[in-house]
Design a binder for this molecule. Structure first.
Ligand code: PMP
Length: 362
């Protein structure tokens, strides 16, 4: 079978080595004669694996003791409602930046649980492309329980590459599509959360990294499985966790460590993204509409000058072993999602294909 490169935005490709190991261990995990899927989450071997996964994540992200690391249910959207219910009173004010599709969903969900959801800023069109409104124009509340933003908008391919460190309220970040993609100073954040299915593991699973100081007064109706304090107290095993997702995530963390961690990934990811943007910018056949300063290094959307060729592009890309390139249904066009698991060879193969397609159809 020829090499196949999967550019899906999520669930996304996982490292080949991880998939190989999972396959080898599928029916006989650690010599137990059964699958990791089939044993109790209280089994000592499972508990050891789960603790190791947490330790590896703490090491990869340099997470101090001051933070809980929680393995949660319900993916990224589960956290949209968990955050306000855990750390804001029903009559609180919360600040959100609205930079794209996922911020917008988070804002709507927060509105169910807190009275005042203030949208502090958003996007604007500049001559060089779509941009995030400059920090000095954000309208922050005086008394916000927290400030929420999505540093990497998966659908829009729009990213805020600097952390707004001058904000008084605790910062909450939805890092579903950029967690572990580069070094990060976690101490600048109150909560960082991520659905797992891009840079971590299977879908339906989420990681929440929560400053212990923020907990103590959850909203009364908060369902217990989404209660950060309870999950912390119970080692993320208040109810049965998604054991298989936890296991795969652990394999991914170990793989990341072998690659040199987030330092090394950050360099490779920057180079992968740069190659695609440079090519798109140099071509009259393709374009990207995001301002260079705000371009995502994880999700690269691009449009064909003639969109009647979209279907042919996707069909031929698929035939060439380049799958998952269709843009999100909200925005159309193409999108190459290039998370940690996407090797440089995948980028080079994509660019060769794009060049070839432009020559034939331009
Ligand atoms: N936030 C971001 C930034 C995302 O990209 C996604 C999923 N694409 C979500 C939240 C929602 O994640 P889930 O489908 O796991 O709820």
């Amino acid at each position: 079978m020829p090499a196949l490169y999967n550019f899906s935005a999520g669930p996304a490709m996982l490292p080949a080595e991880v998939m190989q190991q999972a396959q080898e261990e599928l029916r006989n995990w650690q010599g137990s004669g059964i699958s990791v899927m089939e044993i109790s989450h209280r089994d000592p071997a499972f508990m050891r694996m789960a603790e190791q996964a947490e330790q590896d994540l703490r090491e990869l992200m340099t997470i101090p003791e001051q933070y809980h690391v929680l393995f949660m249910h319900g993916g990224g959207r589960g956290q949209f409602s968990a955050v306000p219910q855990n750390i804001a009173a029903p009559d609180a004010t919360v600040d959100y930046l609205n930079t794209g599709v996922w911020s917008d969903f988070a804002i709507r969900e927060a509105g169910k649980f807190v009275k005042h959801v203030n949208v502090a800023g958003g996007v604007e069109q500049r001559a060089e492309g779509k941009a995030i409104v400059a920090r000095e124009h954000w309208q922050l509340s005086d008394n916000a329980a927290y400030f929420h933003y999505c540093p990497n908008e998966t659908v829009d391919g729009l990213a805020l590459h600097t952390i707004p460190t001058d904000i008084k309220a605790p910062i909450v970040a939805d890092m579903s599509s950029n967690i572990l993609s580069e070094p990060l100073d976690i101490t600048k954040f109150g909560i960082v959360y991520a659905g797992a299915q891009k840079n971590i593991g299977p879908s339906g699973f989420a990681i929440a990294i929560v400053d212990k100081n923020l907990l103590g007064q959850p909203q009364p109706q908060l369902s217990t499985i989404m209660d950060y304090a309870v999950q912390a107290e119970q080692g993320s095993m208040y109810n049965t966790p998604n054991t298989y997702a936890w296991y795969i995530s652990g394999l991914v963390f170990a793989w990341l460590k072998r690659q040199g961690g987030v330092e090394a990934m950050g360099k490779i990811n920057a180079e992968k993204a740069r190659k695609i943007y440079d090519y798109v910018d140099s071509s009259a056949f393709y374009r990207n509409e995001v301002h260079p300063e705000f371009r995502s290094r994880m999700n690269v959307p691009f449009l064909l000058a003639d969109d009647s060729l979209d279907a042919l592009f996707l069909q031929q890309a698929n035939a060439a072993g380049l799958v998952g390139l269709k843009g999100h249904r909200y925005v159309g066009g193409m999108r190459a999602s290039i998370y940690n698991a996407m090797p440089m060879a995948g980028i080079d193969t994509l660019l060769e294909f794009m060049h070839d397609f432009a020559q034939k159809n331009g």
